[in-house]
Design a protein around this ligand. Structure first.
Ligand SMILES: *Cc1c(COP(=O)(O)O)cnc(C)c1O
Length: 358
């Protein structure tokens, strides 16, 4: 039986969008490819509220995360982490011999603007990374407040992981002064996994020019320069099939209306949070609870695996805890093209199962 995915990626993809992946291929060196990418860039700029250039990568979002920290750190990076995906960014810095320090908060807590201020005022850092929406803990960090602090340090490159939030929560990239805003296809954008994208500022590009060893495939400066010189084409062959689907899906997203889309995510999140509080409790501090994924604390010591098995029989799938939270939590994603009604159906079904199981 097909299971509707309430997991934080991959998310459900509309069949009309999936069908675009089956379009006949085109040359990646022709005018058609240039037009395709130019159109995608313009639409993404709307979604990101930015005038910065857009880069696409035929990799999942992690590729661009690694590319950003490696390409643009001149001296030292400050990596803020409140969960597994923040940890991953630190691991990438270390593995690439990028000088970096990690600033942690306890899982379930948010990164604060005070912490960021404390780190940046040391003058040690010229790049910082923030996970906007930490998918492992269900925490959405206070990005506006953090941005206000970062803006006081014009030499610092501001990198933000919006992999599980862009397309579900408003991220006004230019207003927040985000230099590199990264996302993946398979979460809030409602596309199959396999490509990722980012915006990149002039400032980030200038920083990259000072970095000697940027690698090749994920060298953001190289991608940018090629794109500008070759009319929106890429140095290697991109996943054109994903690009067809992305181009079409962006039309659907803009048709829905960005404010409507964000509102829908708010309503879905409110419903799931209320349900979680009635039956269990929230893992994240409520003030910082995510609008795209709810991490539920498994307070009742109840059998999550069994629940998901029963849900599978009814055509639904939710997610277990991530990493070290595996047995302590479970997660319900409410992102992408999911509707409020579908979320309600899921919650009712879980209630029925819990009742039957006692
Ligand atoms: C899923 C996720 C990632 C990893 O993205 P991939 O596309 O799987 O590489 C990174 N950060 C966050 C916040 C995520 O949710």
């Amino acid at each position: 039986m097909r299971k509707k995915l309430f997991i934080p990626g991959p998310t459900e993809v509309k069949s009309e969008v999936l069908e675009k992946m089956a379009n006949p291929l085109i040359s990646h060196r022709g005018k058609e490819a240039s037009d395709l990418q130019r159109g995608i860039s313009q639409k993404l700029q709307k979604l990101m509220y930015t005038h910065n250039e857009i880069l696409l990568s035929t990799s999942s979002g992690s590729g661009l995360m690694e590319g950003a920290v490696r390409s643009c750190t001149r001296q030292r990076a400050a990596i803020f982490t409140c969960g597994a995906f923040g940890e991953r960014w630190y691991e990438m810095a270390v593995a690439n011999q990028v000088n970096a320090d990690r600033f942690n908060v306890e899982y379930g807590q948010a990164i604060t603007s005070e912490m960021v201020e404390q780190a940046l005022k040391s003058g040690n850092y010229d790049l910082i990374t923030i996970t906007h929406n930490e998918t492992s803990t269900g925490v959405m960090n206070p990005i506006e407040e953090i941005a206000k602090v970062v803006q006081k340090y014009p030499d610092v490159i501001f990198c933000v992981d919006t992999v599980s939030s862009l397309g579900g929560i408003k991220i006004p990239v230019d207003e927040l002064g985000i230099d590199i805003c990264i996302t993946s296809s398979q979460k809030c954008l409602g596309l199959p996994p396999g490509i990722s994208l980012c915006s990149i500022s002039e400032k980030a590009l200038l920083a990259a020019k000072e970095v000697k060893h940027r690698g090749v495939y994920f060298d953001l400066l190289r991608l940018y320069e090629y794109l500008v010189k070759k009319d929106y084409q890429y140095p290697s062959t991109p996943s054109l099939s994903h690009m067809f689907a992305l181009d079409y899906q962006l039309d659907l997203i803009l048709e829905e209306g960005l404010e409507n889309r964000f509102q829908r995510h708010q309503i879905m999140a409110d419903k799931v949070r209320e349900w979680a509080k009635d039956n269990f409790s929230l893992f994240a501090e409520e003030k910082f609870a995510s609008n795209t994924v709810t991490c539920v604390k498994n307070t009742n010591g109840f059998n999550f695996k069994k629940l998901n098995q029963r849900l599978a029989e009814k055509g639904f799938m939710i997610s277990g805890g991530y990493g070290k939270l595996k047995d302590k939590t479970f997660r319900i994603a409410h992102m992408g093209d999911m509707t409020v009604q579908e979320v309600e159906e899921l919650l009712t079904t879980i209630d029925e199962i819990m009742e039957q199981e006692g």
